[in-house]
Design a protein around this ligand. Structure first.
Ligand SMILES: [Zn+2]
Length: 108
């Protein structure tokens, strides 16, 4: 008995199992076409998740940035620190996610 990654949910399952114990996907009815299709769907979902993350990071960045300058908060207050942290974290996250997306799209 070997442990394989389920093509549906990517969790570990037995290759002797009739269906995946995590998502219930029938493992015996899978042929290469179905696996390719599942991989394709997974890729799209992953790319979409990355896009969502980058959007959230962008919101963090813009939110913090605007709050810092728009509202004229004084330096040293917790609001200012929070806005600053949000801007920095948002910026770093955004860069990381964009780089991941870049590599993700390049790899086939
Ligand atoms: Zn599964």
């Amino acid at each position: 008995m070997a442990v394989i990654n389920c093509p549906g949910c990517k969790k570990k399952t037995s290759d002797k199992a009739i269906e995946c114990s995590h998502c219930g996907l029938s493992l015996q009815a899978l042929d290469s076409d179905k696996i390719a299709n599942l991989n394709h769907v997974n890729r799209i979902n992953q790319a979409q998740r990355l896009m969502t993350y980058s959007f959230v990071a962008m919101l963090l960045f813009c939110g913090g940035f605007l709050f810092m300058f728009w509202d004229n908060v004084e330096q040293g207050t917790w609001q200012h620190n929070l806005a600053m942290a949000s801007t920095v974290v948002g910026f770093i996250l955004y860069i990381i996610i964009r780089i991941r997306l870049l590599f993700f799209k390049r790899k086939k």
